[in-house]
Design a protein around this ligand. Structure first.
Ligand code: ZN
Length: 334
């Protein structure tokens, strides 16, 4: 079993795979001629003719050695965002500008995600400046918020002049109506209270409705973009969105903080050295809108990786299987 798994991880395939999270960057330049290039990796274990297993357990074998770090890297993304794996910087310490797109933006179905081609934006953080290339969506979220997945996650991909990559990840929660304010408690009237206690017949008042810290309104940008997602249901298609105003999202990001860590692309070739900035703020998507997005995206979330600096999960698995195989040989029939 162990040797078989190692073979799956390490044996090369002739299939060519391109980066998705890095689409439009130096790692995966956008196709010329206006065509939408459909990606050939996947998220399930499905074995497809001429491609093999497309899912993330097999990304390294889809194109070796280009994708080998998917199975060997020790700073892979996404991760569970728990205390100790990230540092925190206030949103106000990060300078973000994103150009509005009054004529709409190109919205593409890459087969592995749906992506909006942006029209300019800058990120200034840590003395470095990055240019916004695109943003795209994962369903459900790739990062876990202290062990909890979220409905979706938006990735804003930025590249510096020195070809360094930074990604802002922001969770998208299912938007809900803001819970009504709890009724103000009645003024205490000791005479009435004593009378009630004496009679022991007053019903216990119902508790106030729980306040839901995660309750967020629908984000206009997301509602606008996903209003046309059904027009790109087929991989390789694109549509122009209605006009997009970006200030709303920038304000949300600035109001939160960023959990920062050194990770990787979450898609092949899983390149490391990506400066992740996962926002503590939330965007919101209405339930019906989430359903429309899900019908097109399906599922596109890589499984959580080990904490930065820990061995790659696939290496641990392969080593464990190899040990099991040795034990089998040493003790046949045991
Ligand atoms: Zn992504």
């Amino acid at each position: 079993m162990g040797l078989t798994l190692q073979a799956l991880v390490l044996v090369a395939s002739a299939t060519r795979v391109f980066a998705s999270c890095a689409h439009g960057t130096f790692l995966s330049p956008r196709a010329e001629g206006g065509t939408v290039e459909v990606k050939t990796f996947g998220y399930s274990g499905t074995i497809c003719p001429n491609i093999g297993m497309q899912g993330p357990l097999n990304w390294a074998a889809l194109e070796a050695p280009a994708n080998s770090v998917c199975a060997t890297g020790t700073k892979q993304s996404p991760i569970d965002m728990v205390d100790g794996v990230f540092t925190v910087i206030p949103g106000t310490d990060v300078q973000i500008t994103v150009n509005d797109m009054p004529d709409g933006a190109e919205f593409e179905n890459l087969g592995t995600t749906v992506e909006v081609i942006t029209q300019g934006g800058t990120l200034d953080v840590g003395g470095k400046q990055f240019e916004l290339q695109q943003f795209h969506f994962h369903l459900p979220s790739e990062h876990l918020d202290n062990g909890t997945s979220q409905a979706m996650e938006m990735h804003m991909v930025w590249q510096s002049a020195a070809q360094e990559l930074a990604v802002i990840g922001v969770y998208i929660a299912i938007a809900d109506a803001v819970p009504p304010a709890a009724p103000a408690p009645a003024k205490r009237d000791n005479k009435i209270l004593c009378s009630r206690l004496n009679r022991r017949q007053e019903a216990v008042p119902p508790p106030p409705p729980p306040t839901t810290a995660a309750a967020v309104p629908p984000t206009t940008l997301l509602e606008t973009i996903f209003s046309v997602v059904d027009q790109i249901a087929v991989p390789g298609t694109k549509v122009t969105t209605p006009p997009l105003a970006m200030g709303e999202v920038v304000d949300v990001l600035r109001a939160g903080a960023f959990q920062v860590y050194d990770g990787s692309l979450t898609t092949p070739p899983c390149s490391e050295g990506v400066a992740w900035h996962v926002s503590t703020a939330r965007l919101g998507v209405a339930p019906a809108t989430l359903a429309r997005a899900r019908d097109v995206i399906g599922f596109n979330s890589r499984y959580p990786q080990n904490a930065p600096g820990q061995p790659n999960i696939l290496m641990i698995s392969a080593m464990g299987s190899a040990v099991a195989a040795i034990v089998d040989v040493a003790a046949p029939g045991a």
